[in-house]
Write a protein that binds this ligand. Structure first.
Ligand code: FE
Length: 365
């Protein structure tokens, strides 16, 4: 069990974020007594020779273990500062030259774009990162790098849909799907990134046409989250939805009989396998401009691209690694292999504002 020594820090706007000094984490060998004096059972800690301050909106317990691995390997202590992406961007911006942030990490390229627009990143040149991370999953100037992938795919009720009916995202605007589709609102960042990708591929006009056809097929007004859509597809509210792969993977590991029933009914279909491939997004990170420890920041990112870290980091949220050949979770393996769209996801950011307008005009609530 991990005992997090955390404290609450208040931002200028009054928002709280949690600060965890990872190097101070205590392993209490399965007992809840924080004062247990079992130090003699623990190996001598690696001497700390530096630190890196990670501002992250991604937080899973397994990530914490991973950061400890970095300290063991390099002697560099990881100070984790958690908060929402927008809070952290605001904090880094307001701290300016005096920021303590070395690395900013978040999920979804739309949030990395916001950070990029706020000019918080410094360009990073690292042969390791450039070699390990596919060019389509990182910013061309090295402002940020993708470290895990998630696909936003079709999930369907196998009692009501013959997978042979399914083909592409584009096809979901066909009237044959009338009253058969549910999806979360257009305010959701995953949907905005997907539409931004369609704009990159088809242009604004065609994408707006697609949105109109897609919305005309909705079984109800958009509501809830990805998990909610998956449950409702299982319940027969509609036949298909679009959701991120890790949500179904997470549910597949749930012991709750009701969730097990959902997972038995809902299957994944990877769209656009005969053309560009399925839409993928990332969780990613970049080195902060004005970082007090820029070299440690680069080392940290390089560590995240190592095979061991990739496998561990991806499994922490049932995601796909970005590095080719790294092992994936058995549940993801059970979904089958797929071709991912290799349009550079850095192109989605500049289309995001248009994506929101297109969704509004197309009636996607
Ligand atoms: Fe999510």
């Amino acid at each position: 069990m991990v005992n997090k020594l955390s404290r609450r820090v208040f931002l200028s706007g009054g928002t709280a974020v949690t600060v965890v000094g990872i190097s101070q984490l205590v392993t209490s060998c399965g007992n809840n007594n924080d004062n247990a004096s079992n130090d003699t059972q623990n190996p001598a800690p690696t001497p700390v020779t530096g630190e890196v301050n990670l501002y992250s909106s991604r937080h899973y317990n397994t990530d914490t273990e991973l950061y400890n691995g970095f300290t063991d390997e390099t002697g560099i202590k990881v100070n984790l500062i958690e908060g929402s992406a927008d809070e952290l961007i605001e904090r880094i911006t307001s701290e300016g030259d005096n920021t303590q942030a070395d690395v900013f990490m978040t999920v979804d390229v739309a949030r990395l774009w916001r950070a990029q627009e706020a000019e918080i990143f410094a360009p990073t040149s690292s042969p390791t990162l450039e070699e390990r991370i596919p060019a389509s999953l990182r910013n061309p100037e090295g402002l940020w790098f993708g470290f895990t992938r998630r696909a936003r795919v079709i999930m369907y009720n196998q009692e009501n849909v013959n997978p042979e009916e399914l083909s592409t995202y584009e096809d979901l605007a066909d009237p044959k799907w009338k009253g058969r589709i549910i999806i979360r609102p257009s305010s959701n960042i995953y949907n905005q990134s997907l539409v931004a990708s369609l704009i990159e591929i088809h242009g604004e006009e065609k994408t707006e046409e697609w949105v109109k056809g897609f919305v005309a097929n909705f079984a109800r007004e958009p509501q809830s989250n990805d998990t909610g859509q998956i449950k409702d597809v299982a319940a027969g509210v509609a036949d298909i939805t679009l959701a991120n792969t890790y949500y179904l993977a997470r549910m597949a590991k749930d012991d709750d009989p009701a969730i097990k029933e959902v997972v038995e009914k809902v299957k994944i279909f990877f769209p656009n396998q005969d053309d560009r491939g399925s839409h993928v997004n990332i969780s990613g990170a970049g080195v902060v401009k004005n970082a007090p420890n820029p070299e440690n920041a680069v080392k940290f990112l390089e560590y995240l691209s190592s095979d061991t870290a990739q496998e561990f980091f991806a499994k922490g949220n049932n995601e796909y690694p970005v590095v080719e050949g790294v092992g994936i979770d058995p549940v993801l393996e059970s979904f089958g292999t797929f071709k991912a769209d290799d349009t550079n996801i850095a192109t989605f950011g500049p289309n995001l504002a248009t994506a929101v307008q297109v969704m509004n005009r197309g009636g996607w609530k």
